[in-house]
Design a protein around this ligand. Structure first.
Ligand SMILES: NC(=O)c1ccc[n+]([C@@H]2O[C@H](COP(=O)([O-])OP(=O)(O)OC[C@H]3O[C@@H](n4cnc5c(N)ncnc54)[C@H](O)[C@@H]3O)[C@@H](O)[C@H]2O)c1
Length: 425
């Protein structure tokens, strides 16, 4: 019998007790991290600080990342995690209760689904997948295996985002017909970096995994994969899921009906291939959503460089990051109202609150605040923008069936072929 099945059936047998959850237990959760890089370690630190888990395993295809992660865990705990290069060995050997998946986007679906198949709850980073089909497979696995999947869209638990939603719902912004989500960077134009041999200790073929074969480039790993379309979907799928999730939190609607995108990669010229400027227009039933990003054209005249503008009949609310939220009344005599952010170090996030929510959801056997379905819907908005960008025309989205009408070329981009032995379950 699988360990998870055993816990579940023992719990059911003890139904006279006041509480039984699918994974109720009074010992620390056996926690594993897959993808021990920048963000994975930010999550792991908060998981350790929460005190509910023992770190039993760390996994990375780069020995350098793994060694640094192990050293840091050694300074924070007395845990002695086993190190793995192959997440499949980790999952089958350790049978963890909880797995954090913080790999590059092209490596989200396979470890997350396998972890659930073996009974683990998963804290999975956004965007939930590299394609809409991957996101759907992750969501289906979560429901089939009755596992909790918390997506790392921590803005759902950020105090200033919560109070902004209350302000929007209070009617003080009036009727909102348009929302703009955006990010502006001020990066210098680049130049290509030559490919090279991978550094010692990095299994580059494993890092590529299901993605097409290509030579190593130090711009890609670590952290640079975001701007390479074989591994991610550029700025819109890096920042977009956070802001699209906020829009879905505000509206009762679940998806846009038509999507049009344009953009270019004319300025950055650094060997990557995601657009360095992009515009997307999404038609929802009751409002229009815009996405806009620029990597190399910050505007010092605009005070906010990232976030969402909710344009209402009584004024405009800017929902931001480090700058909290600000309401600009239509009445010019009224001073802007600002509510500051309350973020945690390092990197200005609210993972601590999201981790606590995740553990509580596991204990109480209910879905967490950033449940996988919300992550899927928010990620889909980003990925639909990219599909329209690729085909260069408007696409019509049927969110109920997750299909694109009358466009075989665009429909093909809902999924992708995997390289070699890798297969999406
Ligand atoms: N929620 C947020 O605010 C937030 C912020 C930053 C990053 N992220 C997300 O976190 C994820 C990781 O981003 P990052 O910036 O930490 O990248 P990173 O490059 O620093 O870390 C990713 C790690 O995964 C490892 N890896 C690659 N393939 C692997 C595999 N098959 N098995 C095990 N390890 C593997 C890499 O070697 C690397 O060490 C991304 O999906 C990103 O979007 C989320």
């Amino acid at each position: 019998m699988e360990r998870r099945t055993f816990i579940k059936s023992s719990a059911l047998a003890l139904s006279a007790l006041p509480f039984y959850g699918a994974t109720f237990q009074d010992t620390p959760y056996r926690l594993a991290l897959i993808g021990s890089g920048w963000w994975g370690m930010n999550i792991l630190r908060e998981a350790i600080a929460h005190g509910s888990s023992t770190v039993v395993a760390l996994c990375d295809v780069d020995e350098g990342q793994l060694t640094r992660a192990k050293e840091e865990v050694g300074t924070l705990t007395s845990d002695t995690p086993t190190l793995y290069k192959d997440y499949r060995d980790l999952i089958t050997t350790e049978q963890p209760d909880i797995v954090i998946v913080a790999t590059p986007d092209h490596w989200h679906a396979l470890p997350a689904i396998m972890a659930m198949q073996h009974g683990a709850h998963v804290y999975l980073e956004k965007p939930i997948g590299h394609t809409i089909a991957e996101g759907r497979a992750i969501l289906n696995a979560a429901r089939a295996h009755e596992r909790n999947v918390q997506i790392g869209t921590h803005r759902r638990v950020s105090p200033h985002n919560i109070s902004a939603m209350e302000f929007l719902r209070s009617g003080k912004v009036g009727q909102i017909s348009q929302v703009k989500a955006f990010v502006n960077y001020n990066q210098p134009p680049g130049s290509p970096n030559p490919d090279s041999d991978p550094p010692p200790g990095l299994d580059w073929d494993f890092w590529l995994g299901p993605a097409p074969e290509r030579a190593f480039n130090s711009r890609i790993h670590p952290r640079g994969f975001r701007q390479y379309l074989d591994f991610a979907n550029g700025q819109i799928s890096d920042w977009g899921p956070h802001w699209f999730d906020q829009v879905l939190w505000w509206t009762d609607e679940k998806y846009p009906r038509t999507i049009y995108s344009t953009g270019s990669r004319d300025i950055k010229n650094d060997g990557a291939d995601a657009p360095d400027t992009q515009l997307v227009v999404y038609d929802f039933e009751s409002f229009t959503l815009e996405w806009e990003h620029k990597l190399c054209a910050a505007n010092q005249n605009e005070s906010h460089n990232v976030g969402c503008y909710f344009y209402g009949t009584e004024g405009t609310l800017h929902l931001g990051w480090r700058d909290g939220w600000t309401f600009y009344s239509r009445n010019r005599d009224e001073l802007p109202l600002n509510v500051p952010a309350q973020l945690n170090a390092p990197d200005h996030q609210n993972i601590k609150e999201l981790w606590a929510d995740f553990i509580q959801a596991i204990k109480d056997d209910h879905r967490p605040t950033c449940d996988v379905e919300k992550g899927h819907l928010a990620t889909n908005i980003a990925l639909l923008g990219m599909i329209s960008y690729h085909v260069g025309r408007s696409i019509a989205w049927d969110g109920a069936t997750e299909t694109i009408a009358n466009d075989p070329e665009a429909s093909k981009l809902l999924s992708k072929d995997y390289r070699g032995e890798w297969e999406l379950p």
